[in-house]
Structure formats: C-alpha cells, structure tokens
Design a protein around this ligand. Structure first.
Ligand code: NAD
Length: 477
C-alpha cells in the first residue's frame, strides 16, 4: 500500500526531475518549460453496448513538443487518470531524448477493464476513442504517434491504424500514425518483444562494466543470476524468457495479480505463461509450485536482480527498506516512488531507471515509423547484395587456398552464417542493441564522472534534460 504522504506518480517524476535539474545550469524559465506538461485532452464518449449506452473516459497528454511527432503508448486500465497519463507522458519525453529517438513525449489512456469486454466490443470502443483523438490530430503520423502499453497490443494498434486510414483516405503515410501494429499491417518484426529484449540488452550492457557490477555488490557475469520478475505481461514475459533462455539467468519468482510462484531451482517462463493464457491470466493451480497469495511480499525475496514489470508505485516507502535485491531494473514505468528511491539509494541499491530500461519499445517503434514513411522493409535492397559480396570473398579465399595448395577449408556453419545477408529482424535487433549500449554509456559517463551525481537515474535525467534544453534553445526559447 502507498503511504498517504507518498507523492503522486506525476509528483514523483517531477521530484526526480528537480533532483537532477538542481545539478544543472538551466534558467528557471527553461527548467519550468521542460518540466510542465503542455496539454492534456480529456474525452468522454458513449458507445452503445449490450443494449445500453456506456460512457468511457480517455486522455491524451502531450508533455513536450520540442520534437514532433510526439510519441507514447495508449494504456487500458481502470486505474488510468490524468495524473498518471501526465507522468507517463513526461517520462516519454526524457526516454526519447535519452535513446535519441526524434520525438517529443506523449501518452494516452482509457479508463476501462479490457477483460470485461469481448473482442468485438473492444473494437467498437477502441475505434470510437481513436476517432475522438484522430479528429483533433492527437493521432497523426506527423504530430502524435501512439503505441501499445499496459492492456493494449497489436490488435488495438491495428484498429487504430485502420480507423485513421478510413478518416484520411488519401494519406499515403496513414500507417505511420501508430506503431506496434501487426507485421501484415506495416508492423515491425521484433516489436512485440522489443521492450523485454531492451531490458535484456540493458542488463548485458550493465554487466560489461565491472565497476558498475561491483557498485551493486554482484559477482561478474549475468549467467546464473537469481531474478525475481513482477508482471508476466508483454514486457515481463519477454524479459524473463530471454534472460533465462539466452543468458542463463534463473527466474526464481514470478509475481502476478493473484500471487507469486517461487522456485529456487528456476521457473519455466514459457510454461507459466502458457498456464496463464489457458486460465484467464491466473497462476492458481500451476503444477508443482504452490502459489503464494501475497505477491507483493515476493518483491522482498532475497535475489540478485529484481525486475518490476507490471505497474507504477509497487516499491514505496512502506516496503523499500525490506527490498533485498542489490540491483533493480525498472522494466515498468515508475515502479519505485520518489520516497522509496531515496531509501534505496541510501542503502546502496543500484537502480537501472525506467526511462532507460524500458526504452526498447519506443526504439523499435521509431524503426517501425521510419519503415512506414519509407514504404520499404529494412534490408530489402541490401540483403542479397550483402550475400553476393560475402560469397565473392569466400570463393576467392577458397580459390587462393586451392591455388597455393594450402588446404584451408572454411567450416560449413561459418560459411552459412557469413553468407547470410541481414534480414529485418536482425537489423532491428542490431539497432536496438546499439541504442541500448549507447544510451547506457551516455548515462554512465555522467554517473561516473561527476561526484555530485550519485545514481543512474539522476544521470539519465541530466542527459535527457540537457538534450531537450538544447532543442528548445535552438528554437529560440
Ligand atoms: P501488460 O498489460 O502486457 O502486462 C502487465 C502484467 O502485469 C499483466 O500480466 C498483469 O496481470 C500484471 N499485473 C497487473 N497488476 C499487477 C500487480 N499488482 N502485481 C503483479 N502483476 C500485476 O503490460 P505491459 O505492456 O507489459 O506493461 C507493463 C509495464 O511496462 C507498464 O508500466 C508499461 O507502462 C511499461 N512499458 C510497456 C511497454 C510496452 O512496449 N508494452 C514499453 C515501455 C514500458
């Protein structure tokens, strides 16, 4: 439970902003311009469902338009409110600046329990919400480009793209009005897993820096690390699966709405996810491992890495002192309140902040938007040319070897891999990996080079705010 003296989500983001900005040299006017949310549009609309009119409330906030389009997901949850949407929009501004995605920050939300409606009803509701935003240019390829967030996914993005196309029949760039679409509608391979994969790449980069690993009092190497994950939705599932399958991490606990599964030997992430999809999202009855009903308590388990990947405010002043993980990766947005962040910092916990850790989604969304505007899939022009050049090299090496009687032979699997040109998925992963490495390095440089910067979050804010400030200054502000 959040303590009553805990700041709201938006206040938490502002307090973190203030902590960083105190260490910078910005005029008070510019500081305030960057901090405030430019606008929030609230819409209430009716949809005839099950024989009566249901009224829904939705929001679209634009935090900063220093670059356009502005970018940010659309969330479907009962807890959606203006404060939350504005906090998330602000985080989008800083996140895009940190990973150098050329967007301002925005976010949207609809107060709805998506599980309470069937697919056809959700389509009606989504199309109506999209209609309200599109007619005000709050969804637009050049001005405001949403993406999935909690409670939404490819299906909702496809409805939004189609709704936009119906309302702008001659806009050749219509599909660029939203990202996170299915691949058959201009979506990008690797987008669904992108945020979780970004978490994996963030951890890999963290473990490339022995000093940083030592700051978290962890032994070198990601392999064998004991991980607790909260939320097995889009972000948490992919992060947990990739870390366990590709980096040999042990997922010792998975926390969901109805409790936690704990197994020191490591859980089979795919099996847990399959169980959830077959049992309406519940972990109850999962074979072999009993469900601990107090999920929140599992955040306090002894582990190496804690990955909150569900929602905001789950680590607060009430439980922060009991969190044992020496390293927390904020896969969700805002999982640690400002008060909890202060407690954890004092205890020496290393936190890889949300604006960096979950930036994989917006990074691949950026690639998708570029692909939609260029109307061609990445790699289509180069792939076979790349293959032909590699083949030339291999053939020449083999010819030289045989002419000179050297008897060299290239291993068949090396040849196969070397000869293969990069397809779209490979290019997306390469771009994502590069982005996550570069952003970490820019953040860490500030953390490591300045005595007055104690943590990665403050460093991330400094890098991001500095870039936004430069952009505003160039515009004459
Ligand atoms: P999702 O709806 O796919 O998954 C959320 C999961 O958390 C669900 O499985 C849900 O059952 C679980 N959950 C909800 N309340 C919980 C609770 N109290 N305790 C434990 N589990 C709980 O959402 P998502 O897209 O994975 O987003 C999760 C977080 O990541 C959000 O903070 C979101 O803003 C952030 N995020 C998502 C993306 C993205 O690409 N989807 C990108 C950046 C950040």
């Amino acid at each position: 439970m959040l303590a009553t003296n805990e700041p709201s989500f938006r206040e938490s983001v502002d307090l973190m902003f203030n902590r960083a900005v105190r260490l910078m040299d910005l005029s008070p006017g510019l500081e305030q311009k960057i901090r405030v949310c430019n606008s929030t549009y609230t819409v209430r609309f009716g949809v005839r469902l099950r024989g009566k009119i249901e009224t829904f409330t939705g929001y679209r906030s634009v935090h900063s338009e220093h670059m356009e389009p502005v970018k940010g997901g659309i969330r479907y949850a009962m807890s959606v409110n203006q404060d939350e949407v504005e906090a998330l929009a602000a985080l989008m501004t800083y996140k895009c600046a940190l990973v150098e995605a050329p967007f301002g920050g925005s976010k949207g939300g609809l107060c709805i329990d998506p599980r309470a409606w069937d697919t056809h009803e959700l389509e009606q509701i989504t199309r109506r919400f999209a209609y309200e935003l599109i007619k005000r240019d709050l969804i637009h390829p050049a001005q405001n480009v949403p993406a999935p967030d909690m409670g939404t996914g490819e299906r909702e993005m496809a409805w939004i793209a189609d709704q936009y196309a119906r309302m702008h029949t001659t806009d050749i760039n219509a599909w660029a009005c939203v990202t996170g679409k299915p691949t058959h509608m201009g979506g990008m391979k690797g987008r669904v897993e992108a945020t979780g994969r970004g978490v994996q790449y963030a951890l890999r980069e963290f473990f490339r820096h022995p000093e940083d690993v030592a700051a978290a009092h962890l032994t070198p190497g990601l392999a064998g690390k004991r991980v607790v994950v909260q939320g097995l939705g889009n972000v948490g599932y992919h992060a947990a699966k990739l870390l366990s399958e590709e980096d040999d991490c042990r997922i010792i606990a998975i926390i969901e709405r109805d409790g936690a599964l704990v197994d020191e030997n490591g859980l089979d992430v795919q099996a847990v996810r399959d169980w959830m999809s077959q049992h309406e999202g519940s972990l109850a009855g999962y074979p072999g491992t009993g469900l601990t009903p107090d999920g929140a308590a599992a955040l306090e388990l002894d582990c190496d890495i804690l990955i909150p990947a569900a929602m905001e405010g789950v680590i607060h002043q009430g439980n922060a002192a009991r969190i044992k993980a020496p390293l927390i990766v904020e896969a969700a947005n805002g999982p640690i309140t400002f008060g909890a962040d202060e407690i954890l910092r004092q205890r020496g916990t290393v936190i890889i902040p949300d604006m960096y850790a979950n930036a994989g989604g917006v990074t691949v969304s950026y690639f998708e938007w570029v692909k939609n505007l260029s109307h061609i899939r990445f790699g289509r022009m180069q792939r076979r040319a790349e293959e032909a050049r590699s083949r030339l090299l291999v053939e020449e090496l083999e010819r030289l070897s045989s002419d000179k009687g050297l008897g060299w032979t290239l291993a068949e699997d090396f040849k196969d891999r070397f000869l293969q040109g990069s397809d779209e998925l490979e290019l997306v992963r390469s771009g994502l990996d590069d982005t996550m490495r570069t952003a970490y390095q820019s953040m860490r440089e500030v953390w490591r080079s300045r005595d007055d910067v104690e943590d990665l979050r403050t460093a991330a804010y400094i890098v991001a705010i500095d870039r936004v400030a430069k952009s505003y200054r160039s515009k004459g502000l």
